[in-house]
Ligand binder design. Structure first.
Ligand code: ADP
Ligand code: MG
Length: 697
């Protein structure tokens, strides 16, 4: 069996392969391009493309594709074979030019654009992101690309991420230079995205139209045993799941993805995979590939991988923790408290910049995790609340408070602490106790953002974090560059920034109702649903931030808001239609068939023994009839609710209507359907139950 080192990165045109296969000059030029974010020289592109093609052909690939991330949330690819019409010695020539590597054209008209791309301008183009390596997947050379309209507007999730990295790099560099790090060339965010998922048996899955169509169950009575006993979390992994994880790791390693940790999660049939962190745009590409491969590998094992945020009502949902830090090309982690006074002051500058950014743009961060699936999690006492806050842990919190109040920190210098002068204690990583209820927790040398849904791209929150932090750092750098006494200026800036943003820090229980009241007193925004959150995308202060940092134009923000609103309405519309279909064609017929048999049984009995009191049958028929009627009426009401939606209304109005009217009508259908499940004979029930699904693997 090949060792990990033979497997790891074997399907990636990575640095090692490039060094082997590119002329030295070309390799160096390409490196400079990627490291400094410059555009690629066409002559170099031709050489790289040719080497890539030869490598891909040797690896058995026949096609290439620009691999991109449109705003659908999944990835897109359009395959082209390497063959050309030219022939030599009776054989077709295989070609791949620099032009084809660097830029692709695609018909953009079927991807969501939120009105950005007029239909007369249906084409879009894709452009190679040379900082993310090309790779081979399913016999195709995939080139990670950004996707734009011909007018240059971003139509994808990668372009804004790259732009936000540039903004952050520019401002963070100014700060680290002020702290004397002249050797630093680049500052970039690092991200490790922990991915949660469910596995169910494919045969069982295929009997649930709701799972197949919408990714979640729309009906399902609570099973007698859920996760009450907490016996699944970190429990022994079943052999079938183990075999899946092993295969998945191999597939991920082949693509150079640093799959590291795997374990069972809180709910039955729920698991998690965490990779080792990497540069954020690569982490985003890798997470998309991970989700893709989870589905493919599960299929090979006769299972289905569910990435929906809430596949099962009443059972924990799935999230994606986004671990975030800031690194330099020289190997510093800027969110790591240091050993010297100067390092500590630098740490506190970056820490306070993150705190300020999250506080000022809490609404925007909330927007990035807003979508129909995630509404089932946020605020449901299993995932962080919809209110954004930061958890620092006792130790760091005590330090911050002492800075703000200018009092002494226990065990350290008395009176005013001069930050650029005194050494802060080192916080052992484990002292930052776990607070699973916090959306944004400091965990020793990084922040963990926990509100992201399991199916979502990690780009959204990282774009906002990068941009907002860049914006805060810009003002800080403006101030510090002018200072005559740098140490005193740093000291004062940290104290002032922290004092201004203390309200965002909360170390208590985020599930507590009292927190909602406290948060309101502090003036924190509380946007419980997607529909409450999305309109804030286009708030003046948020559009201004994006424009200032050149991450989005106003038009781009507006179009993204529009796409998200439309998506919310469409997702719930599909769920509602699936519900109606299942209620009418599966549940009602089953319940009626069962009632007929019960009634016939009663008739038979009373024919044999006239006057017999059939108490159980009578009571059962009564309950069944009530719930059958309830289901019938609720289904009709849901159908009417859908029909009554004004097709000419704005996306926001439709989304509000969906939240207030359609979802309420769906809840009634589900209540009646689930009640019938509890009353109808097992042999009559037309689909696998929660018990069947959660124990199917
Ligand atoms: P924890 O036990 O706090 O969850 P782990 O070390 O298991 O911490 O890391 C969880 C995730 O955080 C992993 O994906 C890991 O790679 C990532 N991580 C660790 N350090 C960093 C960092 N500096 N930047 C970004 N992510 C990081
Ligand atoms: Mg974690």
């Amino acid at each position: 069996m090949p060792g990990i080192n033979d497997i790891f990165g074997s399907c990636v045109f990575d640095d090692v392969v490039m060094q082997q296969r590119l002329p030295e000059e070309t390799y160096k030029a390409l490196k400079r391009t990627t490291e400094q974010g410059r555009s690629l020289d066409p002559a170099i592109a031709d050489v790289v493309a040719n080497a890539m093609k030869d490598w891909a052909l040797e690896m058995g690939a026949t096609h290439y594709t620009h691999w991109f991330q449109p705003m659908t949330g999944v990835t897109a690819e359009k395959h082209d074979a390497f063959i050309t019409h030219k022939k030599k010695d009776g054989k077709v020539l295989l070609e791949f030019s620099g032009k084809e590597l660097v830029r692709g054209e695609t018909d953009a008209s079927s991807f969501p654009s939120g009105g950005l791309r007029a239909t007369f301008e249906a084409r879009g183009y894709t452009a190679w992101d040379p900082s993310s390596y090309a790779f081979i997947k399913d016999g195709t050379l995939c080139i990670p690309t950004a996707y734009c309209s011909y007018g240059g507007q971003a139509l994808d999730k990668k372009t804004p991420l790259l732009r936000s990295m540039q903004a952050l790099n520019k401002q963070a560099l100014r700060i680290v230079r002020l702290f004397g790090h002249a050797d630093v060339v680049r500052v970039f965010p690092t991200v490790g995205a922990e991915q949660e998922y469910f596995l169910v048996d494919k045969k069982v899955y295929c009997q649930r139209p709701d799972l197949m169509v919408t990714g979640r169950t729309l009906f399902g009575a609570k099973p007698p045993k859920g996760q009450e006993l907490d016996d699944h979390f970190f429990g022994v992994i079943k052999p079938r799941v183990q075999a899946f994880m092993k295969d998945l790791n191999i597939e991920l390693w082949k693509l150079g993805i640093l799959a590291k940790t795997e374990h069972n999660e809180a709910a039955p049939a729920q698991h998690e995979m965490a990779p080792i962190f990497t540069t954020v745009n690569i982490a985003a590409d890798h997470n998309q590939l991970t989700m893709d491969l989870m589905k493919k590998v599960a299929d090979k094992h006769g299972m289905v991988c569910l990435l929906h945020e809430k596949p099962f009502g009443g059972v924990n949902g799935s999230g994606k923790h986004n671990n975030y830090a800031l690194a330099t090309d020289t190997g510093m982690n800027l969110l790591n408290p240091g050993d010297t006074p100067s390092e500590n002051a630098q740490f506190l500058i970056f820490l306070s910049a993150v705190i300020a950014a999250v506080d000022e743009y809490q609404d925007l961060l909330r927007v990035t995790v807003a979508h129909a699936g995630n509404d089932h999690r946020l605020g449901a006492a299993e995932a962080p609340p919809a209110i954004m806050s930061i958890f620092l842990g006792d130790e760091l919190n005590a330090i911050i408070e002492s800075i703000v109040s200018a009092s002494k920190y226990e065990g350290h210098e008395p009176s005013q602490m001069r930050l650029g002068v005194h050494i802060l204690p080192k916080f052992p990583k484990d002292s930052t106790d776990r607070n699973r209820t916090s959306p944004f927790a400091f965990t020793g040398n990084k922040f963990e953002f926990r509100s992201l849904g399991s199916s979502q791209s990690i780009s959204g929150p990282n774009v906002v974090l990068n941009t907002a932090i860049a914006d805060v750092l810009e003002k800080m750098a403006d101030e510090l560059e002018k200072a005559t006494d740098f140490t005193a200026a740093v000291d004062q800036l940290i104290r002032r920034t922290l004092s201004a943003h203390m309200r965002i820090i909360f170390n208590g229980n985020g599930y507590d109702d009292a927190w909602k009241e406290e948060a309101a007193r502090r003036g924190l925004s509380n946007l419980p649903t997607t529909v409450d959150a999305l309109p804030h995308y286009v708030d003046e202060k948020n559009v201004a931030l994006f424009e200032r940092q050149k991450v989005y134009t106003r038009q781009e923000v507006e179009s993204r808001c529009e796409i998200k609103l439309e998506n919310y309405v469409k997702v719930i519309d599909i769920e509602a239609l699936s519900m109606i279909d299942m209620a009418r064609r599966m549940i009602l017929p089953a319940a009626i068939r069962y009632q007929r048999d019960v009634a016939q049984e009663m008739q038979l009995k009373s024919a044999v023994l006239p006057g017999l009191a059939c108490e159980a049958e009578t009571a059962l028929l009564d309950s069944l009839t009530q719930q059958t009627n309830a289901l019938y009426h609720a289904t009709a009401a849901l159908e009417k609710a859908l029909a009554d939606m004004d097709p000419a209304a704005s996306s926001l109005t439709k989304a509000e209507y969906t939240r207030d009217v359609v979802i309420a009508a769906m809840a009634k259908v589900r209540a009646a359907g689930d009640a019938l499940e509890g009353l109808t004979g097992k042999d009559y029930w037309p689909m696998p139950t929660y018990q069947d699904l959660l124990t199917s693997v």
